[in-house]
Design a protein around this ligand. Structure first.
Ligand SMILES: Cc1cc2nc3c(=O)[nH]c(=O)nc-3n(C[C@H](O)[C@H](O)[C@H](O)COP(=O)(O)OP(=O)(O)OC[C@H]3O[C@@H](n4cnc5c(N)ncnc54)[C@H](O)[C@@H]3O)c2cc1C
Length: 367
């Protein structure tokens, strides 16, 4: 099943993925290549701007359209699907933030993919769920703030590009801000080698007395809770695009190998038809919830359950593909190997499966 394709031109985007991303997949996975030109090109094809208002160069369309773009990219490369999510998540935050000045300053360039943007929100999202302490601290400085602290892993970053993150204010409350990655103000340090997702330009980010002016603030303390509530459903739902793309390719791979091995593969769990049915269901509900997220009318418990199902399905489908493809799929250059690592990332990136199950249980108990 494909989510509503209008008005993003998916044909053009498919051709861009085939020509500009497919040839790079091995280098992205094995050598940590970041596909920068592909990302800028995707921006020119409206690959990040579905939800941005027309007045800011966007399409004024649905989050469902953005999810489909992320899924298309993830069919070919889950790692690149993740950085597409990072960029599109920043568009989502800026589109729905209450401050016009920051939207005017950054949204057009981020939506067009001219300015690359990373989302350093995992720590805050975990902190707000009571899982860990907040890592960034802020103090007031005129009508802006100064930021200190370190975020261990943030992706889709490069010098002089953008990061969106949140910090705790010393006098109480939180703020969400955008900071330009000027090396004098924000230090990017290399991370240790990851098991996958090496081509995501993921860095350890150090803020040292970093100045954030009023037109870089997405939400001041009095606006913060409402803004997080506004963006969180879309944050979770749009990650489902990464999982959906990976699962689609695993399903296709299972179908291909079954042409010769169905007589023995039929003894495996998570058969082709079961996976198709499960993916169709997840996507159908994602479409419905994404439309509700456009107008801030989602049910958070349903969103969290759906996001958790997508993580579980990613794990099940990629493991099933590995078992179906057997020794062929055990070759390091077979996509089944890469997809298992990419699917695992869908289950550990915030909100991780364990975090989702914790939040789901808390909401169920509150009902
Ligand atoms: C490849 C990659 C890309 C990521 N990109 C982003 C991004 O763009 N934006 C973003 O906000 N987050 C990003 N993250 C972080 C991710 O979303 C999770 O928050 C992170 O993986 C921690 O989740 P956890 O469930 O392991 O934490 P928990 O198991 O709850 O661990 C608690 C905390 O322990 C610390 N910790 C554990 N192991 C280590 C370690 N080896 N080194 C340092 N600290 C450690 C971390 O602070 C972690 O949050 C990325 C992580 C990875 C691996």
């Amino acid at each position: 099943m494909t989510l509503n394709a209008q008005p993003v031109d998916l044909q053009q985007i498919r051709a861009h993925i085939r020509d500009q991303l497919s040839p790079l997949v091995e280098a992205i996975d094995r050598e940590g290549l970041y596909p920068r030109e592909f990302m800028h090109g995707l921006g020119r094809l409206n690959g990040f701007c579905a939800v941005a208002p027309v007045a800011y160069g966007g399409l004024g369309a649905s989050l469902a359209n953005q999810i489909e773009v992320t899924a298309l990219v993830s069919e070919t490369c889950g790692s690149t699907g993740f950085v597409v999510w990072c960029q599109a998540a920043c568009v989502w935050y800026l589109t729905h933030c209450p401050n016009e000045a920051v939207r005017a300053r950054y949204l057009p360039a981020v939506a067009r993919g001219e300015l690359l943007a990373g989302t350093g929100m995992s720590n805050t999202v975990k902190h707000l769920s009571g899982i860990e302490a907040i890592r960034l601290k802020a103090s007031r400085d005129g009508d802006g703030y100064r930021i200190d602290g370190t975020l261990p892993w943030v992706s889709n970053l490069a010098e002089n590009q953008l990061i969106i993150a949140a910090a705790a204010l010393d006098e109480g409350g939180y703020l969400m801000f955008a900071a330009e990655l000027d090396p004098q103000q924000v230090e990017l340090r290399a991370c240790p080698t990851f098991a996958g997702l090496e081509g995501t330009h993921t860095f350890n980010v150090r803020f040292r007395d970093t100045r954030v002016s009023a037109d870089q603030v997405l939400a001041h303390p009095e606006q913060f809770a409402t803004h997080i509530q506004r963006i969180k459903p879309g944050f979770c739902l749009s990650q489902i695009g990464i999982g959906a793309g990976i699962v689609r390719t695993s399903i296709d791979s299972i179908q291909r190998i079954n042409r010769s091995l169905a007589h023995v593969n039929c003894f495996l769990d998570d058969q082709h038809d079961e996976l198709v049915t499960e993916l169709d269901e997840v996507l159908e509900h994602t479409l419905a919830q994404a439309r509700q997220a456009d107008s801030a009318s989602t049910d958070m418990l349903s969103v969290l359950r759906l996001r958790a199902r997508a993580a579980e399905l990613s794990l099940d489908a990629t493991r099933s593909e590995a078992l179906h493809t057997g020794a062929r799929g055990y070759l390091m250059n077979h996509g089944a190997q890469r997809r298992q690592r990419e699917a695992l990332f869908v289950a550990i990136v915030t909100p991780a499966l364990k975090h989702l199950r914790r939040d789901i249980r808390a909401l169920e108990q509150a009902c």
